[in-house]
Ligand binder design. Structure first.
Ligand SMILES: [Ca+2]
Ligand SMILES: [Ca+2]
Length: 891
């Protein structure tokens, strides 16, 4: 009877609960779409600190076409969540879906491109994104959080894994289906727009959209409406988040879902000023507060303090605060129509998003919604607001008609009373601190955010060094003082998968044969600049923390903008897919980069304070050295015998820049081995640029920077070309894996085996990985340089060639034989493929020059075990071979 009554009571309560969802206090469910900039990190940590029974962050999706690159961004989010003990929160990024020519949105579009440029692949132009710097103060600094991310954040088990990673569209769909939700937009609007456009029946579950973005009433204190600091000359109206995809923002604003906007108008009134900064400095009682403060400190030191204090505003974090305060006041009835809140003054405005420029209906070549379409995409109206000129890039001549001030308004959150306007609640300014008006922290939100971040509740558990009780940073360098060193070599890599295989091999060739002097990273190819950290980790594993790594130039020759050289076009770079098999996978080494031990060396934007040096130093010892600096340092004492051999496995950007900036360079180089180039003998003999179908005969490393290739070819250097045809001798994952299998013995051969195994499986499983076989052939240059020619049986011939570099994407990068005007190069015509597989495998399996620390897992074990206990155990169990191996390597 008791049980019957209990069940009855529970059933009635359950029914009541079901019928009256507002009874009691169910938490506000929140999904954040973010571009993982530092201020997004502040906002995310702020939200994670709130009482979970009141505000429940249920999902995070990545805006992959703005201020961060997907692979680096997603792993940073996983690390943040791990620190906060929230490995339960769903994270979505990317997707391989496409938009068909007729406007059909297939599931799982990755959001790597703005909707206007999204076609059948994740590779595509950079119309809007080219305004974001690729290097310092841009993607490189965001991807690494100014180098501080790997210094501070702990590492858990969650990470990006190819084909297993949840996509942004799936995470949004799941979370919206589960129940009413509010969505916070902190980056571009692409993901949410695609979701709303393809799932209109699910819109009703989205209660509210809170947006940081736009700039409504101008001019703001910068004298402009917007904040496109690299592009004021063509567009002074837009703000970055909206500009990243104006059409997507239009779809979101016009979706019919209630919207609250926190534009620059409001965030400009709450800068991270000196008083706030100094108060924050004294209040860092949690790991999350420390992570944020120290990130802000690096930004301050990287910018000038004056500029930072006045113009580094609280953007996404302020929006999060305002949104949460509005939701709190609304309660479960969701009744707070005027947006009453503690932090910002609010006002209703009628606005729209400008997606194209007047006059409408005159389609020029700028607008793919209408160009070459029989019916406009998404049934848009010719003559309507989307049918005007669309800004095509930084130097779009139509946008630059007025002196000093551009006249394109793409992405402008424009106040208007026209029929196309939407009523939106807009934050106009940050509220003063009323409780203590004379307080040095004169904004309510300044006080609140410091309070929330320092609360002991929901606090982060550890940072990297407290996660592991015996954590310590080590540097491994071999003692080569008594060794007769071999040929001095610089390896110039673009960090494609094959380049990491190559680097392992080069480190395994006896130092008596190849003395690897330096690595130059050219981020104009298959990976983004922040992937330089994977190179550092690999060197650390192999005990070679002594090898300098120089960061090359971020844009191919002639792609830099003349007025803002940190940004520029992607005429060639656009050939690399953003998603699977492209940047997403290179940047994470196909999900395996995190298995490498973590190096103490890493990309560093600025370390002035840590080193006690003056701020804003230019000294390369304190920050990431550049390619040219590493070159100068190495060549200080080069003589006839010690001339340098260069092996390039990527675009020739860095080498061309070195040649043009150092007049002596060509006399210091003994020879250059170029892995790349395609010499087509007959019509069916195609190149490998599968993403640019108009260019059938070029090869990636030449195509990605044709002018650099031309400059190097014409430099008079002694060049050996390892062309595509020769690389294609190596395409069998089976043979490579079998050779490695015969005797898998070293940590490096195990790692390489796992990488090849994964590439092989992906290659078989998914269309997006059909090209990855081409990375195998990238090892041929290093094999030719360091291997046994009796086994490899190389055949060489001389040829006179030239490379096309005319600024035409359908021809550039092609190599032609020209007996009259071509330059003489040596061509590696063929090489024995079996010999290659065996040479590679036997070197990798060789116990000499082997890893000093095998993996992150080994490092983790070391860091959780007391050194004294390890010593005792080692004495008992270390096999003699291991001691011997180390000795051999060290002496
Ligand atoms: Ca953001
Ligand atoms: Ca490469």
């Amino acid at each position: 009877m008791f049980w019957f009554l209990l069940v009855l009571v529970i059933t009635i309560l359950g029914l009541l609960g079901h019928n009256f969802p507002c009874v009691g206090s169910s938490p506000h469910r929140i999904l954040v779409d973010t571009d993982v900039d530092t201020d997004d990190i502040i906002a995310l940590l702020y939200l994670l600190k709130l009482n979970k029974s009141e505000f429940d962050l249920v999902g995070i999706t990545l805006s992959a076409n703005a201020w961060t690159n997907a692979g680096h961004g997603v792993n940073q989010v996983y690390d943040l969540l791990h620190m906060m003990g929230r490995d339960d929160i769903a994270v979505g990024v990317g997707g391989e879906g496409v938009i068909l020519d007729d406007g059909t949105i297939l599931p799982d579009v990755g959001g790597y491109l703005p909707i206007i440029d999204q076609g059948m692949a994740t590779a595509g132009g950079c119309r809007y994104r080219q305004t974001i710097p690729k290097g310092r103060k841009g993607l490189l600094d965001m991807d690494s959080n100014y180098g501080f991310r790997k210094h501070f954040l702990p590492q858990g088990n969650r990470r990006y894994t190819p084909l297993q990673q949840s996509t942004a569209q799936k995470v949004i769909a799941n979370k919206v289906l589960e129940g009413p939700i509010s969505i916070f937009l902190m980056g571009s609007h692409t993901n949410l727009a695609l979701f709303v456009m393809s799932n209109p029946h699910l819109k009703h579950n989205i209660q509210h959209i809170y947006i940081m973005g736009g700039s409504v009433r101008c001019p703001n204190p910068t004298g402009f409406c917007g904040n496109l600091f690299t592009d004021f000359t063509s567009n002074p109206y837009a703000e970055f988040n909206i500009f990243a995809d104006p059409f997507a923002a239009y779809q979101v604003f016009h979706s019919g879902i209630p919207i609250t906007l926190v534009p620059l108008d409001a965030t400009n009134t709450i800068p991270t000023n000196k008083k706030f900064f100094e108060t924050f400095e004294k209040n860092q009682r949690t790991f999350e507060a420390q992570y944020i403060f120290k990130s802000l400190e690096i930004i301050r030191d990287t910018w000038s303090p004056e500029v930072f204090y006045s113009s580094y505003c609280m953007w996404d974090s302020f929006m999060a605060g305002v949104a949460v305060s509005i939701m709190k006041n609304a309660g479960n009835n969701n009744n707070n129509n005027n947006g009453e809140n503690v932090f910002a003054e609010m006002e209703y405005m009628n606005i729209t998003i400008v997606t194209s420029n007047e006059p409408y209906g005159l389609t020029d070549a700028s607008n793919p919604f209408f160009d070459k379409q029989i019916t406009p995409k998404f049934n848009l109206t010719l003559g309507g607001v989307h049918s005007g000129h669309v800004q095509s890039g930084l130097n779009d001549p139509i946008c630059m008609q007025r002196r000093d001030k551009g006249n394109c308004k793409d992405g402008y959150t424009k106040e208007t009373t026209g029929p196309d306007s939407v009523q939106v609640l807009v934050a106009t300014r940050a509220k003063l601190n009323k409780k203590n008006y004379k307080s040095e922290l004169d904004r309510e939100f300044y006080v609140d955010i410091l309070d929330v971040l320092n609360r002991p509740e929901e606090a982060g558990r550890f940072n990297l060094s407290t996660q592991f009780p015996y954590y310590r940073e080590e540097r491994f360098t071999p003692d080569l003082s008594t060794t007769q060193l071999g040929k001095p070599v610089i390896f110039d890599m673009d960090m494609s998968a094959g380049d990491f295989l190559t680097l392992f091999y080069l480190l395994k060739v006896p130092v008596e044969i190849i003395d690897l002097k330096a690595i130059i990273v050219s981020p104009t190819g298959w990976a983004n600049a922040a992937t330089i950290d994977v190179v550092y980790d690999l060197l650390h594993m192999m005990g070679r923390d002594d090898i300098p790594v120089g960061l090359g130039y971020l844009l191919a020759l002639n792609q830099s903008d003349p007025t803002s050289p940190s940004v520029g076009d992607c005429l060639y770079a656009k050939a690399i897919p953003q998603g699977c098999g492209g940047f997403l996978d290179s940047d994470t080494l196909y999900g395996l980069a995190r298995d490498l031990p973590r190096s103490a060396r890493r990309y560093i934007a600025e370390t002035s304070v840590a080193h006690g040096a003056p701020r804003n130093t230019d000294s390369p010892e304190l920050r990431q050295p550049l390619a040219l600096e590493v070159w100068k340092y190495l060549t200080k004492s080069v003589n006839e015998e010690s001339k340098i051999t260069v092996l390039t496995n990527g675009p020739l950007t860095s080498l061309a820049k070195i040649i043009s900036s150092d007049k002596n360079s060509t006399s210091l180089i003994k020879g250059v081995y170029i892995v790349g180039g395609h010499i087509n003998i007959n019509k069916s003999d195609k190149g490998n640029i599968f993403t640019v179908t108009s260019n059938a005969y070029a090869e990636f490393n030449m195509f990605l920077d044709p002018l650099a290739a031309k400059a190097v070819l014409e430099s008079g250097l002694n060049i050996t070309l390892i062309p595509l045809a020769t690389q294609r001798n190596l395409t069998s994952f089976h043979m490579m894996l079998n050779s490695l299998n015969s005797t898998v013995q070293t940590p490096e051969s195990q790692f390489v085996h796992r990488l090849l195994d994964r590439l092989h499986a992906l290659h078989q499983d998914h269309m997006s990985y059909k090209h990855v076989g081409m990375f195998l052939g990238e090892i041929v240059g290093a094999l030719f340089l360091g291997g046994d020619h009796a086994v490899l049986k190389p055949k060489l011939r001389d040829e006179q060639v030239k490379v096309i570099a005319e600024g035409s994407e359908s021809k550039d990068g092609q190599i032609l034989i020209d007996k009259l005007h071509g330059r003489r190069v040596q061509i590696l015509e063929s090489i024995d493929s079996r010999g290659c597989y065996e040479s590679f495998a036997s070197k990798l399996n060789d116990k000499r020059q082997s890893a000093v620390i095998g993996s992150f897992e080994e490092q983790r074990k070391k860091w959780i075990t007391s050194p004294s206990r390890t010593l005792r155990r080692k004495k008992r169990t270390t096999p003699p071979s291991r001691t011997l191996r180390r000795k051999k390597w060290i002496t």
